[in-house]
Design a protein around this ligand. Structure first.
Ligand SMILES: [Zn+2]
Length: 164
């Protein structure tokens, strides 16, 4: 399902995610947007340093990629993310017109602190979108990506849980 090229870009996303270390409490999430075989944006989660709840890795990457191509629409581009995109980033993926979303760890691979909702899988936004040309594939380098985050059963102190 995943090509060597996919894995190579996911490695790039992991590198971006861990630019400031591998502390799982800092939500080290990386995202890469690739168009015509070239990375047009490589970003990481920057919510803490920018004091901006929307500064998720994917959002940062959409902003940079749009400027790079001079267009808000990123048709035929591929978004790589080390973690399943949240609802905001999934919606932004739909609006940005990327052609494919590839993520590493899924919500069942990590602690619930990385997601905003209890039960609803926001990936369903993709299934319900008007667009029929958006491909979604999870589990690329799943183990390596999941290792960046607290596991589902880890006992995470409440003050470190960003979603509550
Ligand atoms: Zn997000």
């Amino acid at each position: 399902m995943f090509s060597e090229e996919d894995e190579r870009w996911m490695h790039t996303a992991i590198e971006a995610a861990t630019e400031r270390g591998r502390d799982p409490s800092l939500s080290p999430i990386g995202a890469v947007i690739v168009l015509k075989g070239r990375a047009i944006a490589v970003e990481r989660n920057r919510t803490e340093e920018l004091c901006d709840a929307t500064a998720h890795a994917e959002m940062m990457a959409f902003r940079k990629a749009g400027v790079a191509v001079g267009d808000m629409e990123l048709r035929n581009a591929v978004l790589y993310s080390t973690l399943q995109p949240c609802g905001m980033c999934t919606m932004a993926s739909i609006w940005s017109k990327v052609g494919r979303i590839v993520y590493g760890a899924g919500r069942d691979d990590v602690h619930q602190m990385y997601f905003e909702d209890r039960n609803f899988d926001t990936m369903n936004f993709v299934a319900d979108a008007y667009r029929d040309d958006l491909v979604l594939e999870g589990g690329c380098l799943r183990k390596e990506c999941a290792a960046l985050y607290y596991g589902p059963d880890d006992d995470v102190p409440k003050e470190e849980q960003g979603n509550i």
